[in-house]
Design a protein around this ligand. Structure first.
Ligand SMILES: Nc1ncnc2c1ncn2[C@@H]1O[C@H](COP(=O)(O)OP(=O)(O)OP(=O)(O)O)[C@@H](O)[C@H]1O
Ligand SMILES: [Mg+2]
Length: 243
């Protein structure tokens, strides 16, 4: 079977004032179409960096990524932008809404760029699904953190992507809205066979995915012990360090 995402020997380092900082060290990954993958792991371990590379938003220092069989290193910026528009969606940890556009306009934007005719109706329906019908005309700064997150989720869903990357999609939501958003993610995964790659600290969300991976210090491994046990392995030294 073809891979939705394939990664080989992926490395990312950056130059800082203190010298070269190695963030990702030889990541290997193979995700099949329609799989749902949770990536957990401590803060600063490289989860968001990996997601940015997979979504062609950032370039690796070494190694290769193939999306739907196409090597990202062989694409120029224009081709990467086209790939993102046609096949990928990204829910950012920091939402990345356009400040000057209303909730409705933010959600409509990708649909309009993709030439969808009934973009407004689709955007309204999507915002209704995330419980924001009463906030269509609000600018991001007039929305709470959880409301902004739900706008970002509606925006990611509207283009019906083949692969959806989400960085802490339920991080700012109360349990009721968190469950609602998780239900939407898995509905899309089931109904449209959308491949999901989720970074999350939410163990309930992680356990709903078909695979659980753990990032530790720039190394990615398959979790064979279950997310809860690995989380306690990660949290234990943290608690000890805080004590
Ligand atoms: N452009 C950059 N320049 C310097 N350091 C960076 C850069 N990007 C990331 N880092 C560092 O790399 C490490 C990994 O960052 P990353 O954002 O991927 O972590 P994370 O696993 O997503 O953490 P969190 O759970 O807190 O979101 C962090 O220590 C961060 O400070
Ligand atoms: Mg992060």
């Amino acid at each position: 079977m073809n891979s939705a995402i394939k990664v080989s020997r992926l490395c990312k380092s950056v130059t800082t004032q203190e010298g070269e900082l190695s963030i990702l060290n030889g990541i290997e990954l193979d995700v099949k179409p329609g799989q749902s993958v949770a990536i957990t792991g401590p803060s600063g371990s490289g989860k968001s960096t990996l997601l940015g590379l997979l979504a062609a938003l950032d370039t690796p220092t070494d190694g290769e990524i193939w999306l739907d069989g196409a090597a990202l290193s062989g694409l120029d910026e224009e081709q990467k932008a086209a790939l993102r528009k046609d096949k990928l969606s990204f829910i950012f940890q920091s939402f990345m809404l356009v400040d000057t556009l209303t909730a409705l306009e933010n959600v409509m934007l990708p649909a309009e760029l993709a030439g969808v005719k009934d973009a407004r109706q689709k955007a309204e329906a999507m915002l209704e699904r995330v419980g924001l019908s009463h906030r269509l005309g609000h600018l991001p700064k007039q929305l709470s953190g959880g409301e902004q997150q739900r706008v970002a989720i509606a925006r990611a869903f509207i283009s019906e992507p083949k692969v959806l990357f989400a960085d802490e999609p339920t991080g700012n939501l109360d349990p009721v809205n968190g469950t609602k958003v998780a239900d939407m993610l898995f509905e899309m995964n089931r109904e449209s066979d959308t491949t999901l790659v989720l970074v999350t600290h939410d163990l309930t969300l992680a356990s709903r995915c078909s695979r659980q991976l753990i990032m530790e210090d720039g190394h990615l491994s398959e979790s064979d012990v279950g997310v809860e046990e690995s989380a306690s392995r990660i949290e234990q030294p943290l608690k000890e360090a805080q004590a």
